[in-house]
Design a protein around this ligand. Structure first.
Ligand code: ZN
Length: 226
């Protein structure tokens, strides 16, 4: 296990690098910046992966995800601060607004028909949602998200242009095992998870904190138990 302070500094460096370059740092940069051996730098990355701050490409020390940033092209394009980024999933795309506080534009597609979807977030709400019935679909229960976060993000957290297109999709799950949320709900859901990502002390909310937050924004019922 690597040193906690070092983990915090490296985590923040990864996010700052992503924000500046729309790409993650490579392990050699971390070795140079923190005077670490390859094994020591790789250990820090594995610890950050274990702590759910990032996801590495399996079997490597290459950073694939630093939630919400994606190192590879995805259907979830985000434009903010005059730059363009890839998010890991529909939720992560909207979460850029909670993370940065600045205006965010999301360009994506309906997971069913591939028609374009365009969302703009300003001052804590979705000011543009086109088409207006667009929903964020979470096809797995929260207790399943982290069993394989790469496939969860990549395959099961998507946009649909309408409830009809959700219901027509192969991804559509029984109603009690999936969630359909508005962009505004996803923004509210994101706040305690993403708002402090650019502070050194950032910590993921505990299970209890998350459950309280779900209830506070009206997300109740069997699906939202952890
Ligand atoms: Zn569609």
């Amino acid at each position: 296990m690597s040193d906690t302070t070092l983990q915090q500094r490296v985590r923040l460096s990864i996010f700052e690098h992503f924000l500046e370059h729309a790409a993650p740092p490579v392990v050699e940069q971390l070795m140079g910046d923190y005077s670490l051996s390859r094994d020591a730098a790789t250990d820090v990355l594995r610890d950050l992966d274990e702590a759910r701050h990032i996801a590495l490409v399996k079997g490597t020390a290459r950073i694939l995800m630093a939630f919400p940033f994606s190192a590879i092209a995805t259907p979830f394009r985000v434009t903010t601060r005059g730059r363009s980024y890839y998010a890991n999933c529909a939720w992560d795309a909207i979460a850029f607004h909670a993370m940065l506080g600045d205006d965010v534009r999301v360009d994506s597609y309906c997971h069913h028909c591939a028609d374009p979807i365009h969302i703009e977030l300003t001052n804590g709400r979705a000011s543009v949602v086109d088409p207006p019935e667009t929903l964020v679909y979470l096809a797995l229960r929260p207790t399943e998200w982290w069993s394989d976060i790469i496939t969860t993000c990549s395959n099961t957290m998507v946009f649909f242009a309408s409830p009809e297109h959700r219901d027509a999709s192969d991804l559509c799950a029984p109603a009690d095992q999936a969630a359909s949320l508005s962009p505004d709900q996803v923004h509210a859901l994101s706040e305690p998870i993403y708002a402090a990502k650019f502070t050194l002390e950032y910590a993921r909310p505990t299970k209890e904190e998350l459950l309280r937050h779900f209830a506070a924004i009206g997300l109740t019922g069997q699906y939202w138990t952890l």
